[in-house]
Design a protein around this ligand. Structure first.
Ligand code: GLC
Length: 491
């Protein structure tokens, strides 16, 4: 069988345009897939925020018209290489709907119904990505032999997969969708679908089409893609239940023969404590004694008492419900009663920001909250904390616990999704089951006790974390097997 020709399609790519783990995966997995593919390319909107100086050999490949609300709209498609990797990009440019502003800047997107900019961020985002799907499908039709598999990520590109799968002109092409987060589904009222892509409407089933806020983009991918993957085996099991799969559990149950869980890797060249430019005292397992200085620097940076013996608990996360901030804020008093310091980096929901600011005011010697998405400070936390807390309510994979382990911070995590697949109690970290402040506290206490009373055991935990294989190698092979499988299957 000929090696596959793959196009990834996604909203984000690290480091050009990234807001979270999706960007990391799209930025690093294609490189690991290169040995298995004839070609692999990443298609994404030509976001204004993409720094042009990081692109090389930029050239316009194609130009065509789409119709939106009876008006012709010109799209240009650019090919580029980046200074970061050998994977080529396909960048889709169109100013009013697609490429203005940042990755999820919905407010800079034109609403074709009103002829003005969208007044709701979420609406603008959905319009932007529906347009991207529309443009991607049109491009593939114009170049039907360029790729054999379209591999889309999350709801943003799900409509493109349905369009490709049901297009008689593209019968030879296969489609794969990866779910990074089932909570973002992209609902859009029917009149918008009609303006952009009326042929998608019949692809919904009745119950989906009748939804209050309109049919959801993600549904199209889950229903029509040849294969569905998600980013850990455990999450693949969980989303078959209503608790985790929500409205999609029934559809996923029907499609379970085509649902696969493949764990994420990380870019181990980028996330390497021995070379990371944002780590102030480089270290590896062999030079672990150098790590301690990073903790002292972090304590000083945060205005906390500088003391190597106090266990320092770190968190780096978006401040969302998913990441378990209800538990952290509810347990503020009890956490503060432990002999620990907490350093948290992230931004998001106002109520969580407020809660963490309150904690910092009330317990200034113990809490420090850095309210920003800050890739430099994050690395200080990974390299300087002793314990890394991730009390997620659900976690498709989670990359932070992998980075933390590689940097010698021992994770305390809720036993769910990819956290369950990557952390083992007593071997490389600590787990708790029930989603509650009390169980989370018990987990932190267990870790603190080992840290304070069993230094040898603690060293073991760190060593197991730091020396494990977090590369994409094994998972890239699994994706490649899956590609072979979908290429063999009939449409
Ligand atoms: C999303 C998920 C996270 C996963 C990441 C990359 O951000 O919430 O669990 O690790 O995508 O797949």
């Amino acid at each position: 069988m000929a090696a596959p020709r793959i196009v990834f399609a996604a909203a984000e790519i690290s480091p050009l345009a990234k807001t979270g783990g999706l960007g990391d995966v799209v930025g690093s997995l294609p490189t690991a897939l290169q040995p298995y593919c004839h070609t692999i390319t990443v298609a994404l909107p030509f976001h204004e925020e993409i720094p042009r100086q990081q692109l090389k050999q930029l050239k316009c490949l194609d130009r065509f018209e789409l119709v939106v609300n009876h008006k012709p709209i010109t799209v240009t498609v650019w090919q580029a290489r980046t200074i970061h990797s050998t994977v080529p990009l396909l960048l889709f440019k169109q100013d009013t709907y697609l490429s203005r502003g940042k990755v999820y800047d919905g407010l800079s997107v034109l609403n074709p119904l009103t002829g003005k900019l969208a007044t709701k961020d979420s609406l603008g985002q959905r319009l932007k990505y529906l347009f991207f799907s529309y443009a991607l499908h049109a491009y593939l039709r114009r170049h039907p032999r360029a790729f054999t598999i379209v591999h889309g990520h999350d709801f943003h590109v799900a409509p493109a997969l349905a369009l490709v799968h049901t297009d008689p002109a593209l019968q030879h092409m296969r489609t794969v969708i990866t779910i990074h987060n089932l909570r973002y589904t992209g609902s859009l009222l029917p009149h918008y679908w009609k303006l952009f892509q009326p042929s998608l409407i019949p692809l919904f089933d009745l119950t989906e089409a009748k939804r209050l806020y309109g049919p959801r983009m993600l549904w199209l991918g889950l229903r029509w893609a040849d294969a569905i993957t998600t980013v850990s085996p455990q999450y693949a099991k969980e989303i078959l239940t209503p608790q985790y799969g929500g409205d999609f559990a029934a559809l996923l149950q029907q499609r379970r023969q085509n649902l696969f869980g493949i764990i994420n890797g990380i870019d181990t060249a980028q996330f390497n404590p021995a070379t990371d430019p944002n780590v102030r005292h480089h270290f590896s397992w062999r030079t672990i004694q150098r790590r301690a200085d990073n903790k002292l620097l972090l304590q000083r940076e945060c205005g906390l008492p500088v003391d190597p013996t106090i266990p320092l608990v770190g968190m780096v996360a978006r401040l969302t419900v998913q990441k378990g901030f209800h538990l952290v804020i509810n347990a503020m008093k009890q956490l503060s009663a432990l002999p620990i310091q907490l350093v948290i980096c992230g931004t998001g929901r106002t109520e969580f920001m407020r809660g963490l600011h309150t904690a910092m005011q009330r317990y200034p010697k113990q809490w420090y909250f850095h309210d920003a998405f800050d890739t430099v400070f994050s690395q200080h936390v990974y390299a300087g904390s002793d314990i890394f807390l991730m009390p997620s309510r659900h976690e498709p994979c989670g990359l932070a616990q992998l980075i933390a382990m590689r940097y010698g911070s021992v994770p305390v995590v809720r036993s769910t999704g990819g956290l369950k697949d990557t952390v083992t109690e007593g071997d490389n970290g600590f787990l708790f089951n029930r989603y509650a402040s009390t169980t989370m506290l018990a987990g932190v206490q267990r870790a603190v006790k080992v840290y304070q009373t069993q230094p040898k055991q603690w060293q073991q935990l760190m060593r197991h974390g730091m020396t494990a294989d977090y590369t994409w190698k094994a998972s890239a092979k699994l994706y490649s097997d899956l590609y072979k499988r979908v290429l063999r299957s009939a449409n």
